[in-house]
Design a protein around this ligand. Sequence first.
Ligand code: GLU
Length: 294
Amino acid sequence: MAGAGAAAYVGRFAPSPTGDLHFGSLIAAVGSYLEARSRNGHWLVRIEDLDPPRTVPGAAEAQLAELRRFGFQWDGEVLYQNTRSAAYAQALAQLEEAGWLFPCACTRSELRPGEPYAGTCRQGLPPGREGRALRVRVHNTPVTFDDRLQGPQTETLSQSCGDFVVRRADGLTAYQLAVVVDDAFQGVTDVVRGSDLLDSTARQRYLQSLLGLPKTGYLHLPLVKDPEGRKLGKRYASDPLSQQEPRGALGAALRFLGHAPPPHKTLAQRWQWAQKNWRSERIPRQGGDIVIAH
Ligand code: GLU
């Protein structure tokens, strides 16, 4: 366990340094932060720089500076996924030893987008072909979990995605594996993040069970959508946080998450109010309007 001490609740925010933080990132940060703080828990930050080709130089530092400017205070050291290759290799070795992995030769053009993996290489590589990615075998037993906001979830991996990639063809660890290895390493008990990751959760639960890791709780926040006709919301949602004034943006995030902060003079007062008045029961399941007011 790294940096988590003995807190009963450990949450985290795990941005990928692929660009600027925006309003959707702020929602995930605020939701995970206030959940952790309202339970006297710890809140960790992990930089998911797992994918060098997608990592933008300087983006991680800029994201951390933004979090500081917004007044977030994290516990312990920031964990960078680029320091964790040995742990990912060890997890892969554990899965390999238990017979869960198989090499897959399929190229992107041989896979059918949007359909579960057809099982082409499951019983061995076709003659003359070389393994590219490593996949983990899935089965027909449904994976179930209770999302604290989105309710009970059931997914049968063989029908939704099939055997999925845990080491990519370019040799990089897949996000699904890295996230469960790191959540366990950091002692994370509860994952609060955007609903765009709800459909990754069954795969992550499945990997937790194969690796014998503790199961985390989940709360998937409403998504910030960009529907046409909501010009302010649309522009605001995609503008970098660095262009927003923190007190107003925090207010907009709190409103989006079902809270109604009164006018505050300072950012510190707003945070104080938020920590005292945060109730996860108020968070709507679906995203609504972005309302900006000071
Ligand atoms: N790094 C992921 C992202 O920025 C989030 C991962 C997670 O919260 O599990 O979308």
